[in-house]
Design a protein around this ligand. Structure first.
Ligand code: MN
Length: 211
């Protein structure tokens, strides 16, 4: 585990009340998930990572068959707190499908990157965080068994924590770039479309906007 160990906690099934209260004070919360794979409805949600602007990270271990997380729902549906994701469409669909959570409002660093960083085609998290914060993420635990929740390794937990730790500063930089290039309004309109894409994904529609 890295030096931020004391700014990191693991909890089971849901946020505890004290951590919920802490996160409800934040203007924005970074969010990520780890799953058994990328197929919605087949591959279950295993871990949920949250980080506030002070860098306080919580990893929630989800149980097999779990269908509710009331404190997480409260946080993700609170309208005054922006939830920051990298590729929000995937995580927001997981939350809606698994727990019936309607996440809002949303900021997606991948969409923001595609709108702002038109000088590159590299919009993965590692590339984005490297350019905007100078931090090199270690993605070696990305493809690992997240379902073995009681035995997650330190490497896995460290990886999971780092996936949310730099999203708050990345968002600040992206907002500056989007405003500078007069693309901020379009970005916000794109974020507002994410719940529609999530509903289409859950209902297994493909390409309804195509010819
Ligand atoms: Mn991740």
């Amino acid at each position: 585990m890295d030096k931020d160990l004391n700014n990191f906690q693991v909890c089971d099934r849901d946020l505890d009340d004290a951590t919920l209260s802490r996160y409800l004070q934040a203007e924005a919360i970074a969010v990520d998930t780890e799953t058994m794979g990328l197929v919605l409805g087949r591959d279950r949600l295993c871990l949920i990572q949250l980080c506030d602007p002070d860098g306080y990270v919580t990893a929630i271990r989800v149980e097999v068959g779990q269908t509710a997380a009331p404190n997480l729902k409260k946080l993700l549906e609170t309208a005054t707190i922006t939830k920051i994701f990298h590729f929000a469409r995937f995580d927001v669909a997981q939350f809606k499908y698994t727990f019936g959570i309607e996440t809002q409002p949303i900021f997606c660093t991948k969409i923001a990157s595609k709108l702002a960083r038109t000088y590159t085609s590299s919009h993965g998290l590692k590339n984005l965080i490297m350019e905007l914060t100078g931090v090199e993420l270690d993605k070696s635990a990305q493809s690992s068994d997240w379902g073995n929740a009681d035995n997650l390794t330190e490497a896995q937990l460290s990886y999971a924590a780092n996936d949310v730790r730099y999203l708050v500063p990345a968002r600040e930089k992206l907002i500056s770039m989007l405003k500078r290039e007069d693309r901020w309004e379009l970005a916000q309109q794109c974020f507002q479309c994410i719940p529609v894409f999530v509903s289409l994904d859950i209902n297994r529609y493909n390409n309804v906007f195509e010819h």
